[in-house]
Design a protein around this ligand. Structure first.
Ligand code: PNS
Length: 180
């Protein structure tokens, strides 16, 4: 049995979510079916450089996209994931594995988290096949080059990307090809 608090199995689904994709939402949907409560945790200070969307923007998009799930909440965190999980009294961390290439990084993270807190289990799930190639990084790259990403992100994420693009054009005072 995974560690439960008062019979409730709570899991954390951590990530950068810059921006959230349909792959993330697919995993949230799967996770919401196997855990009593799922806390989507948006990392505040990412080592991946300056995010396109602020922490609050990312959390807002996720809140909107997950509003229909009764057992999913969205929070932000900084510092160690194990500390946040302990604070939330979570027994598990949910992570997605899309392909073998994800495995090494995910394995290292899971083992490090286990070393830091042996009570916290990492549970891996696979997204739907149609999202196995989708990543936030690719989404941003394709969008910048005017590629069609409408089937890969929720409509509100596309809207926010368009708004960012318009804002950057306005602030630059003209066309900014390739800018987001
Ligand atoms: O979606 P991402 O960017 O792959 O998510 C990475 C994340 C947020 C899960 C990871 O960077 C993380 O847990 N960061 C918090 C810092 C931490 O706990 N580091 C030690 C575990 S390796």
């Amino acid at each position: 049995m995974l560690p439960c608090v008062m019979g409730i199995l709570r899991a954390i689904y951590p990530g950068t979510f810059d921006p959230p994709t349909n792959g993330h939402l697919d995993l949230i949907s799967r996770g919401s079916k196997i855990f009593d409560e799922l806390v989507v945790a948006v990392l505040r200070n990412t080592s991946k450089g300056t995010p396109l969307f602020s922490t609050e923007e990312r959390a807002e998009m996720l809140r909107e996209a997950t509003a229909s799930f009764g057992n999913v909440t969205v929070e932000t965190f900084e510092g160690l994931l194990v500390d946040f999980a302990r604070m939330k009294q979570a027994g598990a961390v949910l992570r997605g594995i899309r392909a073998i290439s994800d495995y090494e990084y995910e394995f290292q993270m899971a083992m490090m988290n286990r070393k830091l807190d042996s009570n916290l289990e990492t549970v891996f799930m696979m997204p739907a096949e149609k999202y196995t190639y989708v990543s936030s990084r690719l989404i941003k790259g394709v969008y910048q080059l005017n590629g069609d990403i409408s089937e890969l992100v929720p409509p509100m994420v596309l809207k926010r990307l368009n708004e960012k693009r318009s804002a950057s054009r306005v602030s630059l005072g003209g066309e900014a090809p390739g800018e987001v």
